[in-house]
Ligand binder design. Structure first.
Ligand SMILES: [Zn+2]
Length: 144
């Protein structure tokens, strides 16, 4: 890889990262406004969930559609160049996600995934309302 493409790649990565943070912030603000209290980036749990709600035994991952291969999603498109490299890398991400979610569920956590595309302007209100119900329902499920 030459320096130029390395630079472009690290630029793209930083763009993606800041976009992710914006989505996390959106979800956190919503939860806070609804009276939920949470922890961020729990490093002690499998996959370091983005948001942890200990009271509700719930973890939330806010996943980028590309990096986490959102199935059937228009934003989950493999890059045309270096196809093999990306296929392998993204499949590894997916496998790791599945394994971490399985571990969390076995530990008794309610696991919620919020996808990047679900937080687009015209969809985000619906998604956040649904999230509210998912958190509350998780509690009911665990209690009975
Ligand atoms: Zn998606």
């Amino acid at each position: 890889m030459d320096n130029h493409s390395k630079e472009i790649r690290s630029y793209n990565m930083s763009q993606i990262k800041s976009k992710d943070n914006k989505l996390e912030l959106l979800v956190r603000k919503y939860l806070f406004s609804k009276g939920f209290r949470y922890r961020k980036n729990a490093k002690n749990l499998p996959g370091s969930p983005d948001i942890v709600l200990p009271k509700y035994k719930t973890v939330i991952f806010i996943n980028g559609c590309f990096w986490h291969m959102h199935e059937g999603c228009q934003y989950s498109v493999k890059p045309k160049s270096n196809e093999e490299y990306w296929s392998e890398k993204l499949l590894r991400n997916k496998e790791r996600d599945n394994k971490n979610q399985e571990l969390l569920r076995r530990m008794g956590w309610n696991v919620i995934i919020v996808w990047e595309c679900e937080l687009k302007r015209d969809k985000k209100d619906i998604r956040l309302n649904m999230l509210y119900n998912q958190i509350k329902e998780g509690v009911i499920k665990n209690n009975y």
